[in-house]
Design a protein around this ligand. Structure first.
Ligand code: MG
Length: 254
């Protein structure tokens, strides 16, 4: 495994500044995804989706559910319906099938916090970087655990969930919403994501987007989706985060 050195961090920051045509990043906020980023929940979500769709008589490869990650439940259900039946699901179908998926998810053993995620949050806290949650999920199972698992990690008024968006990832909408909640501009924040569609959303919002691979999809897919830099695990990202903050504070382009 290749460790991300300081020169690669600074290279990534310079490339970003050139792309958005700014002199420097003024880091004030981190906009952070939940599933697969803060919680090791994706294998169970994927399995719950797979079980729910197999009850409809539809078979999809398990990796497809990792590629849907970031979408709202309704958007995922519509994609599955379009592929299988050539039409969108009705509102009633969306409601019932999402409830069934949640039921299957909740019947599985409870998920663990992603190793390295608590350390990552603590580093941001001590650096005075505001944290904003940006998730396509509307599942209270995990949302309700955040305050316990990440004490003072996320204030209640700095959360974008499926209830706050119309379109959701991969549209930039959720990250734009998070920026306005936090009162910051694109060059004043970072996005921390594990999924290609989430990375696409952060990139489209013009934000320095960090891709952390925590599942079966490789870093190439995160780079192709627009990641400014990738890390092979949340532990590695937490290890490199203090240096990344230093690099943000010391990198200027003219
Ligand atoms: Mg995720």
């Amino acid at each position: 495994m290749e460790i991300v050195g300081k020169s690669r961090l600074s290279e990534a920051v310079k490339n970003y500044l050139q792309r958005i045509n700014r002199e420097r990043v003024d880091l004030q906020a981190a906009l952070i995804d939940m599933d697969g980023t803060l919680y090791d929940s994706m294998p169970r979500h994927a399995e719950a989706w797979r079980l729910m769709t197999s009850e409809l008589g539809i078979t999809l490869p398990i990796d497809d559910f990792f590629r849907f990650e970031g979408r709202t439940g309704a958007s995922t259900i519509n994609i599955i319906f379009q592929r299988a039946f050539g039409r969108n699901a009705t509102e009633r179908e969306v409601h019932d099938l999402y409830e069934r998926k949640k039921e299957l998810f909740n019947a599985m053993p409870s998920v663990s916090v992603m190793p390295g995620a608590q350390r990552m949050i603590n580093i941001l806290k001590s650096a005075g970087v505001m944290r904003v949650l940006v998730t396509g999920s509307g599942q209270n199972t995990l949302l309700n655990r955040l305050n316990t698992d990440f004490p003072e990690g996320f204030s209640d008024d700095l959360r974008v969930t499926s209830r706050d968006v119309k379109i959701g990832k991969p549209s930039p909408e959720p990250y734009l919403k998070a920026m306005s909640m936090a009162g910051v501009l694109a060059w004043q924040c970072i996005v921390i994501e594990n999924a290609p569609l989430g990375v696409e959303s952060g990139h489209a919002a013009g934000i320095f987007t960090i891709g952390v691979t925590t599942g079966p999809l490789k870093s190439d897919e995160l780079m192709a989706a627009g990641a400014d830099i990738t890390f092979d695990s949340m532990t590695e990202f937490a290890d490199r985060l203090p240096d990344l903050i230093t690099v943000f504070n010391s990198t200027y382009i003219h």
